[in-house]
Design a protein around this ligand. Structure first.
Ligand SMILES: [Zn+2]
Length: 269
């Protein structure tokens, strides 16, 4: 997300918005203020809060909030540059450049909100502190305050903002911790390893994205079922949930144990 932010920060503030829309009904989540209210205004730049991008107007009256989820893409097209024919959302700037938003797949989960600054504050209130730079001390407090499995805690934006499913997998493998480890049972040394892995993995991801690396070059564990762990060579294993899949190294992370899909094993018992 930070790579997106840096890429878009300058171009979106270069020109005022000439035309706002059209927007797909499933993508634009708000109707008041109307999208047209953006026309004639200029963005100040792009800010990031967790996995959300915020584009405030330079008059301080409106904020465009974009949540890409997993399949959303936001692209800036220079004047004359060709883009998708029917993006889910489009902004045209004076001079002809455009900001276009697309979402792959049938499930429309990503979204765009046009908000007043007060509404934006309300939307963001429930977000936890930024994961990057959280530090061992603060992380220890968070882990002690929540009794749950580590993978689920890392992905919870109300607890820590900015880590998705893929990076939760990468971070836990780098920290050599089980996705099923209970947060309250972590030793101070394990929390320290986790805090260091959060920073190093998010920084690694950012650097690779900025160089334009594709997903399969970026990830070491995520979606790497059966491929050798980069630390020990053990084939990467997975455990499925309804909405996501956890990938991990059974040697580095779980002491050789294969994690069970708990819903399924409960049914079979
Ligand atoms: Zn390993």
């Amino acid at each position: 997300m930070e790579a997106w932010r840096r890429q878009l920060d300058d171009p979106v503030s270069a020109f005022p918005i000439a035309r706002a829309g059209p927007a797909h009904i499933a993508t634009l989540k708000t109707y008041d203020p109307p999208l047209r209210a953006l026309e004639g205004r200029r963005f100040e730049g792009v800010e990031r809060r967790g996995k959300r991008l915020l584009l405030p107007t330079d008059d301080g009256e409106l904020v465009l909030l974009v949540h890409l989820m997993t399949a959303g893409r936001l692209r800036y097209l220079r004047a004359g540059e060709t883009g998708p024919k029917t993006p889910a959302f489009r902004l045209e700037f004076e001079g002809g450049s455009q900001l276009v938003f697309t979402e792959a797949g049938a499930k429309k989960r990503a979204g765009v909100w046009l908000l007043t600054p007060e509404q934006a504050r309300g939307e963001l209130e429930h977000l936890g502190p930024e994961a990057y730079g959280i530090g061992a001390e603060r992380l220890a407090e968070i882990c002690a305050g929540e009794s749950r499995r580590l993978h689920s805690l890392l992905r919870d934006q109300r607890v820590l903002a900015g880590i998705g499913r893929a990076w939760a997998n990468e971070i836990l493998q780098a920290a050599q911790l089980s996705p099923y480890a209970l947060t309250k049972e972590l030793t101070p040394e394990e929390v320290e390893r986790l805090a260091a892995a959060i920073d190093s993995e998010l920084a690694r991801g950012l650097e690779l994205r900025e160089r334009g690396a594709k997903d399969d070059r970026t990830y070491r564990v995520h979606k790497k079922l059966g491929e050798p762990c980069d630390v020990c060579g053990t084939p990467i294993a997975q455990v499925d949930f309804e909405e996501h899949t956890i990938y991990y190294c059974p040697t580095c992370q779980t002491g050789g144990r294969i994690l069970k899909d708990r819903r399924l094993s409960r049914l079979l018992r």
